[in-house]
Design a protein around this ligand. Sequence first.
Ligand SMILES: Nc1ncnc2c1ncn2[C@@H]1O[C@H](COP(=O)(O)OP(=O)(O)OP(=O)(O)O)[C@@H](O)[C@H]1O
Ligand SMILES: [Mg+2]
Length: 252
Amino acid sequence: MAMCAAVVQVEDLTVQFPPAAGEENNLQALGPVSFAVQPQEFVAVLGPSGSGKSTLLRVLAGLLPPSTGRVQVCGGSTAQVGLVFQQANLMPWRNVLQNITLPLELRGVPQAEAQRLGREWIEVIGLQGFESAWPRELSGGMAQRVALARALIQNPDLLLLDEPFGALDALTRERLAAELLTLWQARRNTVLMVTHSISEALLLSDRVLVFTSRPGRISLDLPVTLPRPRQEEMRYTATFGEMARALRAAIG
Ligand SMILES: Nc1ncnc2c1ncn2[C@@H]1O[C@H](COP(=O)(O)OP(=O)(O)OP(=O)(O)O)[C@@H](O)[C@H]1O
Ligand SMILES: [Mg+2]
């Protein structure tokens, strides 16, 4: 990766959208916000619905231009950015293995190598036997695992997760969060993850940014002082409880 002060540098970023039908003023969705994400840091973003969290991720992914301010992703257009949405967004005409290897194909990785890596990832996410299954045959949790593998297979410089477990039931969600924790602790990609779950944010991240309601600004930047490696059981510690209370209060 190129030499940069940070993986992500956001300075005075704002995003406005054109007025909604029947409205006169632009809609200020986000900002101004400023923050940086360091290499191998796992940053969680919490905040009320409509506070511009997905908008921020879309700007970082290069899908939406900033209205004002600056956003720098180390490596610029050559940076490998992985993106996982709330819905898995798998390609319905590609099977599980073909979905996972898609980013490698797009990068021109030879097919045999792509398949080998794809099969490795299928094992990591515990979907052996489902290589040839179609997305419509998967449960929500399985589809989300495939989406995660598809994002991680390119070993991204930056992984953007937008409520990756939001559509799942509570138990599946906890299990997948624990799996992501294990995966991340082994690989340490730089991550920015939007979530509505305080405990998910605390269990996984090094730092939690809390957004105000629209337009989203940062009301709290909380370092997570739990030691690593983390385990699920840390949810029940006093430190965890105190930080959860601080986050709850900041969200309002
Ligand atoms: N393409 C768009 N055009 C117009 N307005 C938009 C567009 N995308 C988002 N908005 C508005 O910007 C604001 C922020 O939206 P965003 O999706 O970023 O919120 P969010 O924090 O991700 O919310 P949630 O937690 O519900 O996912 C909302 O008021 C939304 O209506
Ligand atoms: Mg959103």
